[in-house]
Design a binder for this molecule. Structure first.
Ligand code: PEP
Ligand code: MG
Length: 763
């Protein structure tokens, strides 16, 4: 059974179009379940009617033309109830509606199961029999399982098909195709897409039209020859160490490459208009899928050999292709299956208009970087047919997390208004630079910035930051090919400390692991956010920790504005151990003759264990900063990087709000500094609530700082306290946000948060 399910799913996934995918489904299901009819009905998003899209058993020529109204027939009943309907004699059911001309009148038994993707019914999968009998439990379970597995494939095929139809026909009807993602960084970008991808990753290669097929064919042939040479070399290098069986593997590889079939297939795809890398992806993925479907486990294993060969040829092809940076002659919207910080590092900043990542969510580190740089970003756009979006016109709406492809002029005009309003608002914010951050009734707040890039320093000072509340030291580690030396680190840290002196600069020790990987220090774990992360890594590698601490302390020589912060603290021992290493480094640096003072040492409160031990932690450190991003993730047990559960991730969840308020209550009178440096602090709604809770220092991206200052300068502390009182009794995260939106509108500060036009442009 499992094998059957897997085979059908893989075959459907490898289909090149929606109609092919649906045809495979009805054919395979009818054969496997030995039914007389199998049909797929899909919901038309506009009319909400159920269209018969594919069938085996019913009269064929009606496929695509027969439909059922939203309340008509058993198919729509399955859709409305979003659960299976299993009937011995369908025609006796009051909802039965005969689809004229399909020959359906012959069939008595009926089993329909919904096809559901992200809580939405996409359609219904139906099997029918002439014989009057109920389908048994096993049959029903099989169809439910299959439908659940196929839903996302069907959804993607629908989205990709719509795009492909547009690409071919340029039909007006296919303008404004809309894809839903997650807001990553506010703002709107209107422009052309450029798809970026990690090297030698077959799956990530986009389709791209070529106007010089001969050149592409020549590059492909060269790459193929390069891959052959690699294998011959590897085979002779290892020949002494391998048994004859193992050596045969290389011969198999060479045979696959020498066999003309694959090469001819790739060249045909190139002649049909795709560039060499896209053609290679199409052909190899289809072969990999075929091998995956084989019954014989030995043959199935060969899929990974084919993938390996495909990647080899690809890496040769990529040797010749222009590097990422040179593809950006004009500013563009950068699209990737999984954008990473290091990918961004390869593109000149002034060439990035916006970002779209298929994977990841609003709290992924790449989204945090995007916010720091003020780049409109949509994350987790899982249904976007991104491989087809190279050089395509598009709009991204970072407020609502939507992407529109092939936008109509009307849509462009509407969003252009948003861009214009945004600009006016930003200019208004700049006038606040030298004004204090205080409420209308004089309650003073301190606004600090979160930094990571050197470019952040100038921007932050221009926007009136009072210091650095969080310097993410992992950023300079990420954009290198090895650990930076102590000297290199000292120079980088010095820029931050000097740029802000005499204002304080809080440097966080290396916080890698989770979704922050260093290209040269890979951490492969089943459960990375609960694994080797932050302080756990650096205490296990004291050479890295001590080098970093010494570099920080030396960099602060003569400036005396350094504070050191420890990430991911989950117990007291970690703090004690780190403090002792910091003291040791300080003594060493001092003995070397540097003009330094012992820096303040603080911890991040971002793990529930630290919340429950916050008082004892407060008694041994100099300051604390709440990392609301991770605290939300760990309190709610929601991976901050997983787009599937992004709807559940909210720092406005009542559990998070109560934890945040408890922290202030416990620590307020301990005489140490307390701030919040998670993204919530840079969200005007979050900033108001945190201020009312009693936090008086907030640290945020420099992009958000003027907005937060504007909001705080436009309310009274009493108003903020009243807002907090109202939301603390609310029990749903969504309701907290709705309540705050209403209260902010009533207080006339909503206008400062987002351009008024965003609501009307977003349909
Ligand atoms: C946090 O977790 O809130 C935080 C500020 O740290 P980071 O986002 O870098 O994990
Ligand atoms: Mg964190």
């Amino acid at each position: 059974m499992l094998n059957l399910l897997r085979r059908i799913t893989q075959e459907v996934a490898a289909a090149e179009s929606l109609s092919e995918a649906l045809d495979i489904i009805v054919r395979r299901v009818r054969r496997t379940m030995r039914t007389e009819v199998c049909s797929v009905y899909l919901v038309d998003p506009n009319s909400k009617e159920y269209l018969l899209m594919a069938t085996r058993g019913l009269t064929l020529d009606v496929a695509g033309s027969a439909s059922l109204k939203p309340n008509e027939g058993l198919v729509s009943l399955v859709g409305r109830r979003a659960e299976p309907v299993n009937l011995e004699d369908a025609q006796k059911h009051p909802d039965f509606h005969l689809l004229q001309g399909t020959g359906e009148e012959r069939y008595k038994s009926f089993l329909g199961v919904p096809i559901i993707h992200h809580r939405e019914v996409l359609g219904v999968l139906v099997v029918q029999h002439e014989e009057r009998r109920c389908f048994d439990e096993g049959e029903e379970a099989f169809l439910i399982t299959l439908s659940a597995q196929l839903a996302s494939i069907i959804f993607h095929a629908e989205a990709t098909d719509a795009m492909a139809v547009f690409n071919k026909s340029k039909e007006v009807a296919h303008t404004d195709l809309r894809y839903k993602g997650i807001p990553g960084s506010t703002g709107v970008a209107i422009g052309t897409g450029v798809v970026v991808y990690p090297p030698a990753d077959l799956n990530a290669i986009p389709d791209r039209a070529t106007d010089n097929p001969q050149h592409e064919i020549d590059s492909f042939r060269q790459a193929l020859e390069g891959a052959r040479a690699d294998i011959r070399k590897a085979s002779s290098r290892l020949s002494l160490h391998l048994s004859s069986d193992e050596k045969e593997l290389f011969d198999v590889y060479l045979k696959i490459l020498d066999d003309n079939t694959i090469a001819v297939e790739v060249e045909n795809k190139i002649k049909a208009g795709n560039w060499a890398q896209g053609a290679l992806r199409q052909v190899f993925l289809a072969h990999i899928a075929q091998f995956n479907m084989m019954d014989d486990s030995y043959l199935r294993e060969r899929a990974s050999d084919i993938r390996d060969l495909g990647c080899r040829i690809l890496s040769h092809l990529q040797e010749d292709s222009p590097n990422t940076a040179s593809r950006f002659s004009e500013p563009a919207i950068v699209i990737g299956e999984e954008l990473t910080a290091s990918m961004l590092g390869e593109i000149p900043l002034d060439k990035i208009k916006g970002l779209v990542s298929v994977m990841g969510s609003g709290n992924s580190h790449v989204a945090i970087l995007a916010r720091a740089m003020g780049i409109p970003t949509v994350m987790g756009a899982m249904d976007l047919p991104y491989a087809q979006l190279d050089k395509k016109s598009m709009i991204i709406d970072g407020y609502s997390g939507k992407v529109f492809t092939n936008p109509s002029q009307k849509m462009i005009d509407s969003y252009q208004q948003v861009v214009d309003e945004q600009k006016i608002l930003e200019e208004e914010f700049l006038t606040l630079k030298d004004l204090p951050c205080e409420t209308k009734d004089g309650h003073r707040m301190s606004l600090f910035v979160n930094t990571g890039l050197s470019a952040d320093i100038g921007l932050s000072l221009d926007r009136g930051a009072e210091g650095i509340g969080l310097y993410r030291t992992e950023v300079p580690f990420m954009v290198r090919e090895r650990f930076p030396t102590e000297k290199e680190q000292e120079q980088i840290y010095r820029q931050q400390l000097e740029g802000f002196a005499p204002a304080p600069v809080t440097m966080r020790t290396l916080d890698i692991g989770g979704d922050k990987a260093l290209p040269y220090f890979s951490i492969e774990e089943e459960n990375p956010f609960l694994g080797w992360r932050g302080i756990r890594v650096t205490l296990d590698h004291t050479e890295i920790f001590l080098g970093q601490i010494r570099a920080m302390i030396k960099a602060s020589s003569g400036l005396h504005n350094l504070k050191i912060m420890l990430p991911m603290i989950s117990n007291v021992a970690e703090v004690e151990e780190a403090q002792s290493l910091i003291r040791r480094s300080f003594m060493e640096v001092k003995e070397e003759g540097y003009d330094v003072v012992m820096p303040e040492v603080g911890v991040m409160i971002e793990v529930p264990a630290a919340v429950y031990q916050v008082k004892v932690l407060a008694s041994i450190v100099d300051f604390m900063s709440v990392g609301s991003n991770d605290l939300t993730q760990y309190l709610l047990a929601v991976d901050r990087n997983n787009s599937r559960v992004a709807d559940l991730y909210s720092s406005f969840h009542p559990a998070v709000l109560h934890a945040l308020r408890n922290i202030v209550a416990e620590v307020k009178h301990e005489g140490i500094g307390l701030s919040v440096c998670g993204e919530m602090a840079g969200d005007p709604m979050g900033a108001i609530l945190l201020m009312a809770m009693g936090y008086d220092t907030l640290s945020m991206s420099s992009t958000n700082l003027p907005k937060v200052k504007a909001v705080i300068r436009n309310i009274n502390a009493a108003q903020a306290n009243d807002m907090l009182d109202q939301v603390m009794s609310v029990v749903h995260a969504d309701a907290v946000i709705q309540t705050m939106t209403r209260l902010m509108r009533e207080a006339d500060i909503e206008r400062l948060v987002k351009p008024s036009n965003t609501n009307q442009s977003v349909h």
